[in-house]
Design a protein around this ligand. Structure first.
Ligand code: C5P
Length: 221
């Protein structure tokens, strides 16, 4: 990667996993650690970009030289990402965003009542932030990157997802019991809307991040 090839650019990265509250003490969440998104933010800053990192519940220190916005839910993440995206050259959605949230929030802790069947949890759909940004392109020429975790038919599912979301690049990870979540290392294929396929061998999350920025950099106008 060329030194400072992202200087003068503003990039937005989302990281971590959203938490969708049921009541003041419980939430629906996921296993994303935020490490890949933080690696993307650090490497972009090292390459000269102004970086806005929208972080959902990652237990990681704020990277130096990066503007960090902390959020909890998918709705909050959407608001923060859209705000930062207005003048961004590239957006990388590395966060694991809950597809659904509980339809209602109980202001007081939900209690178990003796002899009563548990209540089902009713869910409603969250907005698809990646599809929204890819569809609207708040700034012309903006490069939009998504992530996908797949357990099988990784390439076919990834290609279908890239088309459905309308993004320029999709980083597809194979996930399984011990793979990806919380790990220091990653292995992926980066699919391009131009039909390209860039395999990324098993290695540190920084190495994948640098390849993503190489591919973004080539597409910036
Ligand atoms: O559809 P799926 O959740 O597999 O898509 C993953 C990609 O879409 C990730 O880049 C994630 O950040 C993004 N996403 C989103 N809004 C959602 C769900 C996922 O932006 N509601």
């Amino acid at each position: 990667a060329a030194e400072a090839d992202l200087s003068g650019r503003h990039v937005v990265v989302s990281a971590g996993g959203t938490r969708e509250p049921l009541d003041p003490v419980r939430y629906l969440g996921n296993r994303s650690s935020g490490k890949q998104g933080y690696a993307l933010a650090r490497t972009a800053a090292a390459r000269g970009a102004r970086v806005t990192l929208v972080s959902a519940n990652a237990a990681l220190p704020d990277p130096a030289g990066v503007d960090v916005v902390h959020v909890g839910t998918a709705v909050q993440l959407r608001e923060a990402v859209l705000k930062a995206t207005a003048d961004a050259d590239a957006v990388v959605m590395a966060a694991a965003v809950a597809d659904f949230r509980p339809a209602t929030y109980a202001a007081g802790k939900i209690k178990k009542k003796d002899g009563q069947e548990p209540e089902p949890i009713v869910l409603v759909r969250n907005p698809d932030i990646l599809a929204e940004i890819a569809g609207e392109r708040p700034r012309p020429g903006q490069v939009v990157v998504g992530f996908a975790a797949e357990t099988d038919d990784v390439l076919a599912n990834g290609r279908a997802k890239l088309e459905r979301k309308g993004c320029d690049l999709l980083v597809v990870n194979e996930v399984g019991e011990r793979k990806t979540f919380g790990a220091e290392e990653n292995e992926a294929v980066v699919l391009g809307a131009d039909g390209s396929e860039t395999p990324v061998p098993h290695g540190p999350k920084e190495a994948l991040a640098d390849i993503v920025w190489d591919l973004v950099s080539q597409r910036l106008t």
